[in-house]
Design a protein around this ligand. Sequence first.
Ligand code: ACO
Length: 364
Amino acid sequence: MSEGLDGLEGVVAAETVLSDVDGAAGQLLIRGHHLDELAGVWTYEDVIGLLWSGFFPSLPADLTGALGLARQAVFSEVAALDAGLVARTPVEAARALLARLGDGDDLDLALRLVAAPAVFTAAVIRAQAGREPVPPDPTLGHAADILRMTRGEAASDAEVAALDAYLVTVADHGLNASTFAARVVASTRAGLGSAVLAGLSALKGPLHGGAPGPVIEMLDQIETPAKARAWLEAALARGDRLMGFGHRVYRVRDPRADALKRAVRTLGKQSESNLGRLALAEAVEAAALAVLRERKPNRSLDTNVELYTALLLEALAFPPAAFTCVFAIGRVAGWIAHAREQVAGGRLVRPQSRYVGPRPRAAA
Ligand code: ACO
C-alpha cells in the first residue's frame, strides 16, 4: 500500500473547531480547553453545550432539563426490545433501538440521539439480567440517571461524579474512526440519525471502542501482579495485541488515561476491592509497557484510554459486555457536533481509489 493510504495515517480529512489531539505532546484540547480543565470539573451536559455551541440555531438555557425530557421521550422505544434483541450484544441491541428514532437535523432529534444510548443501554443491561426497565427521571442529571436506570436505585455522589468525568473525557477526540464514519455519512446529508448509527457501528470494533471489555478478560486471566509479565509475553508470542495499549495518533501516554485513573482512584477510596483492582492494573500496565518496548522497539506503544476505562466502568458495576455502549453514551455528543460541522462547511466526502485489479484483455 502506498504511503499515506494505509489506514489514511497522517491524512488530514477535515478541519474542525471541536477538538485537537496532539499525539507528540500527549494533549487533548476540546474547543480551547485542556481535558484536565474539563474532566472531573464540568458535567457532561456542560460539555454538550461547549461542543454544540454555534452548530444549532440556539441551545436551551437548561440543557440538563432538556436532556432529561429527551430521555423520557425515547423511553417508549424500549418496548421494542424483544427476545431476539436481548439475545444480541448490548451494542447491537442498542443500535437496533437507536435506528427507530429516524433521521432529521433539528435540535430536538439531536437531544433524543444523545438521550437514547443512555436509556437503551440501561434497559438492555437490565433485560439481559432478566429485569424490567426503569423509566428515566427527567429531573436528574444525565450521569445520575444513567446509574439509577441501570441499577434501579440512586448511585452515590462519588459514583455520579466518576461517570460524569468519564463521559466528559470521551465526548470528543479528533477524527477517530467513528467520528470520521459519522462525518462521511453526514456529508451525504443523510441526517443525524444515520450519522450516529454510522459512528456507533465503527465504535464497536475491538480496535476502537470495543477494547475495554477484553481488558477485563486480560486482568481476570492475569489474576495477580506476579503473573503479569509471563501472561503478556505469551499473548504477544501468539501474535495477540495487548488491549488498552497503542494508538494511531498518540506516541506518548494518552492523556485520557490519567483523567480516568484519577476518577478510579477517587472511587477506590470507597472500596478496598477497587483499590486492589487498581493496583493490579498498574502492575499490568508497567509490565505491558516494558514487554512492548522489548518486543516492538521501533514502535512507540503506550497506554491508551481503554485500560482505565475498563477499570472505571467495572468499578461502576457496568457489565463488561456493555462497556462499548457506555463509551457511545459519551461519544454521541461529539458525533453530532462533527456531523453538524460537516454539513455546515464541508462538501460530500468522496475520495478516490487506485485500481490495482486486472484489466480486460484487449480483443484479439
Ligand atoms: N499490542 C501489541 N502490538 C501492537 C499494539 C498492541 N496493543 N498496538 C500496535 N501494535 C503493533 C502492531 O502489531 C504493529 O507491529 P508490527 O509493525 O511489528 O506488525 C505495530 O504496532 C503498528 O500497528 P498498527 O496496527 O499499524 O497501528 P495502528 O496505528 O493502526 O493501531 C490501534 C492503533 C488499532 C489502536 C492498535 O494500537 C491496537 O490494536 N491496540 C489494541 C486495541 C486497543 O486498545 N484499541 C483502543 C484504541 S483507543 C480508542 O480507539 C478509543
